[in-house]
Ligand binder design. Structure first.
Ligand code: OFO
Length: 183
C-alpha cells in the first residue's frame, strides 16, 4: 500500500527546498567567517547564529517529508558564493539570498494550493511568516549600515554597528504584532 501522502512534484520541491536551507546555512557560515577574519566579531556572531537557524529550517522540512511518508534525498550542498567585499555588500547579499529563498517558498505554496495539498500548504505557512521576519531583519541590517555611511562607513561607525549586532535579537518584530499602545 502506498502511504506516501506527497505528490512526486511536491516531494521533489520539498527535497530541493531542504537543500536550499542547507545552502543558506553554509552561506551564513561563510559570511560569518569572512566577518570574523575582518575583525567584526559581533557581525560574525550574528551570522553564525543565523546559520544555525537555517539548519533548523532544513530539519523541519526533512521531518515533514518523513512524516508524510515521503522519501528524503540528501544531496550535495552547492558551495557558497564568493566573500563579500565590505560590510555593506555583505548585508545587501544577505537580503538578496533571503528574497531568493522567499520566492522558492512561494513556489511551493502555490504548487500545494494548485494540487489541493492542504497539509503542505498549511506546513508552508510557517515558512512564509519566517521569511517575512527574515526579510525584515535583513532590511533592518541595510538600514543600520546606511546610517553608518553605507559603502563609505568609517571605522568608528562600523565598530559601533558590530557591537550593536552582537546584541541584536534573532527575531524581527512583525507589523502584525504592533498595537497603538506598543507602536
Ligand atoms: Fe530559512 O530562512 Fe532564511 O533563508
Amino acid at each position: 500500500m502506498n502511504t506516501n501522502r506527497l505528490s512526486p512534484s511536491i516531494e521533489a520541491a520539498l527535497n530541493d527546498q531542504m537543500t536550499k536551507e542547507a545552502n543558506a546555512s553554509q552561506i551564513y557560515l561563510s559570511y560569518g567567517s569572512w566577518a570574523d577574519s575582518r575583525g567584526y566579531g559581533g557581525i560574525s556572531n550574528f551570522l553564525f547564529r543565523h546559520a544555525h537557524e537555517e539548519r533548523n529550517h532544513m530539519m523541519k522540512i526533512l521531518e515533514y517529508i518523513l512524516k508524510r511518508g515521503g522519501t528524503v534525498k540528501i544531496v550535495a550542498i552547492p558551495a557558497p558564493p564568493p566573500d563579500p567585499v565590505s560590510v555593506n555588500d555583505c548585508f545587501e547579499k544577505v537580503f538578496g539570498h533571503e528574497v531568493d529563498n522567499t520566492n522558492a517558498i512561494y513556489k511551493i505554496v502555490k504548487m500545494s494550493h494548485d494540487q489541493e495539498d492542504w497539509a503542505t500548504w498549511n506546513f508552508m505557512q510557517w515558512f512564509v511568516k519566517e521569511q517575512t521576519e527574515e526579510e525584515n531583519l535583513a532590511i533592518s541590517l541595510i538600514d543600520k549600515i546606511k546610517i553608518a555611511g553605507g559603502e563609505h562607513a568609517k571605522d568608528d561607525a562600523l565598530y559601533s554597528l558590530d557591537r550593536d549586532l552582537e546584541q541584536t535579537p534573532d527575531d524581527a518584530r512583525m507589523a502584525q504584532d504592533v498595537t497603538t499602545e506598543n507602536p
